[in-house]
Design a protein around this ligand. Sequence first.
Ligand code: SAM
Length: 219
Amino acid sequence: MEPVARDVTDRGELVLRRRDDGHLELRANGVFVMDTLEHTSEDALAARALAVAGPGSLSVLVGGLGLGYTLAATLANDRVTRCVVAEIEPALVGWLRDGTVPHGPGLLADPRVEVVVGDVADALRSAREEYDVVLLDVDNGPAFLVHDDNARLYGVPLLTAARDALRPGGTLVVWSAAAAPDLEAALRHVLGNAAEERCPVPAHGRVGDYFLYLARRPA
Ligand SMILES: C[S@@+](CC[C@H](N)C(=O)[O-])C[C@H]1O[C@@H](n2cnc3c(N)ncnc32)[C@H](O)[C@@H]1O
């Protein structure tokens, strides 16, 4: 393992390193967050939401930049005319901007992208019927939190803020590393509907699936 970049904040240590297989890996306080090897479910997070979005141009909020795969999958859809990315770690945004993460500069230079360095909760609370799609992948899901403080992002108050940030008919999708029945129930409570989709995780040395929770704001 070769350390590539490191930062320490109030939330702890953020490390980007190059593994022996050549792939970059992001860890927060020693916990695996994301790597450049396997991003099927992060791609699917965007693709699934965009596939069910209504007609016309689309405004999207991505919660959690990570290594940029959900953002890339969002930008691959040319109906997307605006994509706000909320990322709490300023150093990570810097590593994508300056090419420490090699595919980062091209992504962040896309004129449709607006990066907000801060808590996605604030971005959600300050938005009213602004987005057609909200994509939340800000932690490993309610059962595997990297930061305990993020538990609030999976509860009714924040999901209500996410609903209100959506235009009528808009789509909210939340990524989770494990099945999250309480999250599905909270989505159903707030939006009146919810669906779970399993994403098989190939080539990651991991048995099982990742999960997407989709819900739509009634039109
Ligand atoms: C699992 S990664 C996202 C992976 C991303 N979907 C991708 O395709 O690479 C989670 C990201 O959310 C960020 N994050 C964690 N808590 C956050 C919060 N409350 N608000 C905004 N970003 C947050 C982390 O720093 C990390 O970059």
